[in-house]
Design a protein around this ligand. Structure first.
Ligand code: GAR
Length: 201
């Protein structure tokens, strides 16, 4: 099976990058991570990439016009000849222009059951709301905030004695299963969009 070339965009820790990279290395996902881009030069996720020999690009977003920043990111992705883009804790909204560059080939993971609790600090939002079940969502990216079509979700219970941190840790374990599984499905199965619904044959 041919391996798809994937770029991962991140802003922070990089645990989802590691989960994806390890699933690719084990042959569970027919993909190769050919580039990791961070908008934060100090992101620990860049070290996780370096440790694995994955090429990195630190492209600072601060103080740079969005259009210019995205142009540089898109150029780096194209130079690396990546066809798919996985957002893994990438804390910037993408413009319609950027999204149109990689039609239905940008994927994101969010630590809540969308459409509940989009945006920042989703685990704390869910905890504070008092929901009894939360989880994570892998979705195709559009130019909204955590708003594209859902590919896969995994749930976790919210316990009475949870803190936002213990809930986030329980969700993160499921993220590390969900993201490789969703990417594998997108790359290996035939699928189509019916309205917002991602339908796998
Ligand atoms: C993950 O929990 C991911 O779901 C979240 O950022 C974290 C990144 O962790 N993404 C969002 O909130 C996107 N709206 P990681 O750097 O260890 O993968």
């Amino acid at each position: 099976m041919t391996r798809e070339r994937v770029a991962v965009l991140l802003s922070g820790r990089g645990s989802n990058l590691v989960a994806l990279a390890e699933a690719c290395a084990r042959g569970e996902v027919p993909a190769e991570i050919v580039l990791v881009v961070s908008n934060r030069p100090g992101a620990p996720g860049l070290d996780r990439a370096r440790e694995r020999g994955i090429p990195i690009a630190a492209i600072p977003g601060k103080g740079v016009p969005k259009e210019e920043h995205e142009r540089l990111v898109a150029e780096a992705i194209e130079e690396a000849q990546a066809r798919w883009v996985c957002l893994a804790g990438y804390m910037r909204l993408l413009s319609p222009t950027f999204v149109a560059h990689f039609p239905q080939r940008i994927v994101n993971i969010h630590p809540a059951l969308l459409p509940s609790f989009p945006g920042l600090d989703a685990q704390r939002q869910a905890w504070a709301y008092g929901v009894k079940v939360s989880g994570c969502t892998v979705h195709l990216v559009d130019s909204g905030c955590d708003s594209g079509p859902v590919v896969l979700q995994r749930t976790v219970p919210v316990l009475d004695d949870d803190t936002p941190e213990t809930l986030a840790a329980r969700i993160l374990e499921q993220e590390h299963i969900a993201y490789p599984a969703a990417l594998r499905m997108l790359l290996t199965r035939t699928w189509r969009l019916e309205g917002r619904r991602v339908i796998f044959d």
